[in-house]
Design a protein around this ligand. Structure first.
Ligand code: C2G
Length: 135
């Protein structure tokens, strides 16, 4: 069984996230999502999420491509996660290109997938602030 892992906040879940998860799952047989906790978001990622970790976890777990959701609590856990969950493939959107190549040392394939253009949680928040609705 080929096991894939990816990391993220997945706040205000949108089709860019789903595109990433669908392609990540297609790289193996089992997809783990390490979901940034509320503490990690506010303390280390300077992100204030709209939805709580519990709500984001419930939504990500509901996605057909996702097999397991675990907490992402710090930047350093990736090496251990790869060992602990016997991960074969590490996947991120290409806004992270090059940042996690060191994980190859743990024997994992490291793949950066093209981001879905024109959609982001920040964009959604800004549009809603100015009441710009999707086309
Ligand atoms: N993504 C995408 N296309 C978009 C928006 C996001 O492919 N239009 C991808 C991102 O590249 C990332 C994943 O969806 O791989 C989750 O996005 P975020 O929740 O913004 O994740 P981020 O805050 O980048 O957290 O340790 C890694 C971090 O936790 C990654």
């Amino acid at each position: 069984m080929k096991r894939v892992i990816t990391y993220g906040t997945f706040d205000l879940l949108h089709y860019g996230h789903i595109n990433l998860l669908r392609r990540a799952r297609a790289l193996g047989d089992y997809l783990i999502v390490a979901l940034s906790t509320d503490e990690f978001n506010s303390n280390a990622k300077n992100k204030k999420t709209y939805f709580s970790y519990a709500d984001r976890k419930m939504m990500v777990e509901s996605i057909r491509y996702v097999d397991l959701v675990i907490p992402e609590e710090n930047w350093e856990q990736k090496r251990n996660d790869i060992r602990l969950y016997q991960v074969d493939v590490f996947v991120m959107g290409d806004d992270w290109a090059g940042k996690f190549d060191f994980l190859k040392e743990e024997g994992a394939e490291v793949i950066y997938l093209p981001r879905t253009p024109e959609i982001s949680t920040t964009q959604i928040k800004n549009d809603l602030k100015h009441l710009i609705l999707p086309r």
